[in-house]
Design a protein around this ligand. Structure first.
Ligand code: HEC
Ligand code: HEC
Length: 400
């Protein structure tokens, strides 16, 4: 179990453990959802959604409010929330890159390298599971404990020893007292005592949940001829993309208020085949890393493709540089990797998903598919001031 450590926060007190207790134990196959169908509509929060998009599910104990969203925004961009005051969520999640960071894999506050590529934060509220390939994380609240308190790798580097001082630093910033009071109006002292971390996590989750992107050229019905040709290819039985990158969020791992159950779907796309045995490089074995089930080797969640043109490099370990190369790997039915490390013929991976089969495609057609993927970029999402760093210049800043 040692290598699963990453998913368990350190001994940081009862209020914290409460939020992560759903973690690893037992049933990973069926839905362990704590979400409530009605949650999204039980608050007056304005999601800013087009009529065609169903409301997401929201945990009943953390309904959305504009005040929580705004508090979460301040925390998301606040480096006080790290062991050495040098890293915030925004260090790895940049708005101009749809909240990814442009790196192959990122570094935590103490310089430790994360084994996976920083995900974009786009319509995460609709994701049925969180992160690249973890079936046990059903809510954003659970997921956020990992960057904050995880120690393998260290990201924010918080733990039992330093978390009280971090809260004191937040208490000392005058901006926060009214923000916490407005976000948690039923509590006498929401920034003090046992509930402080619970509130911080809930506010951060509310901000992430509010990062909504449905205003791309595709949504506006403004596709170029190339993008229209690419859309046809994307939805063709030759390329098969649409089976996994399905629906309005271009992911079959999507839940909303109209979905009757929480879909736990993961796929092996044949990126690796180490030793000819279907192996993926440790620790990035995907769903298998959590379940230990050999059939789950190399299985990952199909990520949303919204804003995908802004989030290079690609795949769970950032090992594919361009969208063209992503498409070429699919066309080959997997990736042939001839150079170390992790050389192998992914096309021969025995756990490959049935939809990953080779197909013929011309360079012009690849360009069309990429033009379609580019039409999923939402300029208003990456420039929306609601999602931007709220801290004035010369005050505490996000990492550049
Ligand atoms: C050191 C870089 C780094 C920092 C700091 C960081 N993240 Fe992440 N984030 C990542 C990586 C890498 C992943 C993918 C993790 C995985 O697959 O195991 C991720 C995944 C996520 C996801 C899952 C997205 C999805 O589509 O499932 C959310 C939500 C998220 N981060 C929010 C946050 C928040 C909120 C913070 C601040 C408390 C934060 N992150 C801090 C790098 C970082
Ligand atoms: C069998 C399901 C499946 C099919 C079919 C499929 N994908 Fe994927 N796609 C995935 C999964 C799973 C990942 C993540 C894999 C990983 O990183 O190891 C992914 C990753 C991607 C990425 C990189 C995402 C990122 O955030 O880095 C792009 C781009 C992409 N797919 C586009 C396509 C296109 C275009 C097609 C059709 C040619 C296609 N996919 C077909 C499941 C699928």
């Amino acid at each position: 179990m040692g290598k699963h450590r990453r998913y368990i926060a350190g001994p940081v007190g009862p209020a914290l453990m409460l939020s992560v207790s759903l973690g690893l134990s037992g049933c990973l196959e069926t839905s362990s959802t704590t979400l409530d169908d009605q949650g999204a509509s039980m608050s007056s929060f304005d999601w800013g959604l087009p009529d065609s998009i169903p409301l997401p599910r929201v945990p009943v104990d953390n309904l959305m409010s504009e005040e929580k969203f705004e508090l979460g925004r301040h925390l998301f961009y606040d480096q006080r929330l790290s062991v050495n005051g040098e890293l915030s969520c925004a260090s790895c999640h940049h708005q101009d890159k749809a909240f990814s960071d442009g790196l192959t894999t990122p570094f935590g506050a103490t310089g430790e390298r994360h084994p996976r590529n920083s995900q974009s934060l786009v319509n995460v509220a609709w994701a049925s599971t969180l992160t690249w390939g973890n079936p046990s994380l059903g809510t954003i609240e659970q997921q956020i404990m990992i960057p904050l308190f995880g120690d393998d790798p260290i990201e924010h580097g918080l733990n039992a020893a330093n978390s009280e001082q971090v809260v004191r630093n937040i208490q000392a910033e005058p901006v926060y007292a009214p923000l916490f009071q407005q976000a948690f109006p039923d509590q006498d002292a929401p920034l003090y005592g046992e509930l402080a971390w619970d509130n911080i996590v809930k506010a951060l989750a509310s901000f992430v949940r509010g990062l909504v992107s449905f205003e791309s050229a595709l949504d506006r019905g403004e596709l170029s001829d190339a993008a229209l040709r690419g859309e046809k290819l994307f939805n063709s039985e030759r390329l098969e993309c649409f089976h996994c990158h399905a629906g309005y969020n271009f992911s079959d791992a999507t839940v909303d208020r109209q979905t009757s159950f929480n879909q736990l779907v993961f796929h092996n796309t044949g990126l690796y085949n180490i030793d000819g045995m279907g192996g993926y490089p440790e620790p990035n074995t995907g769903r298998h890393e959590v379940t230990g089930n050999p059939d789950h080797m190399g299985q990952f969640r199909a990520p949303t493709l919204r804003n995908i043109a802004l989030t290079a490099p690609y795949n769970h370990d950032g090992s594919v540089g361009t969208l063209e190369d992503v498409v070429r790997n699919y066309a080959a039915g997997g990736r042939l990797r001839t150079t170390a490390p992790n050389a192998g013929d992914g096309r021969m991976n025995p756990n490959k998903d049935g939809f990953i089969t080779s197909f013929q495609i011309t360079d012009a057609e690849i360009k069309d598919v990429v033009a379609f993927l580019e039409s999923l970029t939402d300029e208003s999402f990456v420039t929306n001031p609601r999602f931007a760093n709220p801290w004035a210049k010369n005050s505490i800043q996000e990492t550049p």
